[in-house]
Design a protein around this ligand. Sequence first.
Ligand code: UN1
Length: 496
Amino acid sequence: MAYPTFHNLIGGEWLPALSGKTILNLNPANHADVVGAFPSSHAEDVGLAVAAAKKAFAAWRLVPAPKRAEVLMRAGLLLQQRKEQYAHDMTREMGKVLAETRGDVQEAIDEAFYVAGEGRRLFGQTTPSELQNKFAMSVRMPVGVVGLITPWNFPMAIPSWKLFPALVAGNACVIKPATDTPLSVYNLVQALVDAGLPPGVVNIVSGSGSAVGRSLVEHPDVRAISFTGSSEVGSLVAQRAAATFKPVSLEMGGKNAQIVMDDANLELALEGALWGSFGTTGQRCTATSRILLQKRIAERFTAEFVERAKKLKVGDGLEESVEVGPQVNPSQIETSTKYLAIALAEGAKLLAGGHPLTEGAYAHGTFFEPTVLGGVTPGMRIAREEVFGPVVSLIEFDSFEEAIEIANSIDYGLSTALYTKDVNRAFTAIRDLEAGITYINAPTIGAEVHLPFGGVKHTGNGHREGLGAIDFFTTWKAVYVDYSDKLQRAQIDNAE
Ligand code: UN1
């Protein structure tokens, strides 16, 4: 079957990788469907892109921020017009169902409109000087050329969380899309280009993490790196970036718990658990992967949850009736399979699913049954390590305090959810859950773009996307204007 070939975007020109090599982007629901061939780039391509970005930065940083914001606003409007096409492209390359890929494009639209408003804020502070006739203020400056390394699970939304704030702040970008889902980044950047973004302000270099990602992280002219991916790779990114003192924003794994108290609205908790666990085929950093059940309702909840999980329709995300799409690639299936074996060996009980689907309509894709494990205890690896697939563990507890302790007993701290009608417990959980995000009576997924997104412990390194991204993509400058017409020595001339 014929398929299109895509090039890198460098300085406004579409160029093949210098290696001449490409990587095929396959539809995970049907590997015979090739979405396209994308460049397999290396350090030399990154070098060209960084040089182009550096050149473009010189002019872009001088464009008034409200004007920069207008480009984002126009890009958001174009994304609205193209939403259906881009969602379709995304389902083809990533697998998640159309309702969700529409949501992913919508999140990029939301981000464009949210961040466009920032063009007329980018607030600094004014503050009194300790000296007479002296004015003191702080202003935000762009960082320079920034490197963006983005994941496959939110192929457009997460790139938009990085690109748009970086751009409104006046930075130039080199983005490396995930090798599984580059087309959505091309679509996002195409909207920016069509909205009037000057050449070189955003450059795309496609290829592997070990070649392109690493070169970006190590390049001396790249001033900051924003990365979303696994904690394992994030740690390497941070270590390598340290050599050139680059600030790094890391958004990584999760092992997110939904706690269900015995006073909860059980129907609501069931719907939330099902959506949180199996939405995006469990491939969200915020996916529910532990459901903590208070003993009195555990049996009832488990029976109903298992029944509903078994009924979920798995298939090609392009079919509107499908509820759970494929996993993105064979290696994700291997991870799900591996963790299932580990869990069973540790004594967990398989209550639903548990197998890759390989027959009939599933034969050419990477499908895994929605899987529920019971009898899981907090010390088991399945209760502590990220699977990033449709595999969820049920853990029982006695008291609220025990639930909080179990929820906090892991290395990750991204998202948490509590289902209860008890307002005192809700606020106690908000205070005590060690996580960047806490939901009350809502699932662990569903973050909105204008709130801070990120986590604690091994989930991140303290930065936040959404509200917080501008902090990462700007650097503070302190400005003193002395209008006294004489030398005023701080800490000396004004000391009594
Ligand atoms: C992710 O979990 O990988 O919060 C990103 C959500 C989405 C973004 C999720 N808005 O569910």
